[in-house]
Design a protein around this ligand. Structure first.
Ligand code: SF4
Length: 65
């Protein structure tokens, strides 16, 4: 699988199931806000695949990567 950090970001932006691993804290600290990316999604496995199996579909549908 060709996957760059950039691709993870684009996929997550198109993904309706994206859920950030770190809940938004009430403390205003936008500096540490994680970027929208598969790598910060709770469905993303440490083995670097999407447990919902959406990654490949989104790449294909949007011709990303
Ligand atoms: S890991 Fe899966 S569910 Fe999460 S943003 Fe990427 S494609 Fe979507």
């Amino acid at each position: 699988m060709r996957a760059s950090y950039d691709t993870y970001q684009k996929v997550a932006e198109h993904c309706s199931a994206y859920e950030p691993t770190t809940g938004r804290s009430s403390v205003s600290n936008s500096y540490s806000e994680p970027a929208v990316s598969c790598t910060t999604c709770r469905h993303f496995d440490p083995e670097k695949y999407c447990r919902l199996d959406l990654y490949d579909k989104i790449v294909k549908n949007h011709e990303l990567g």
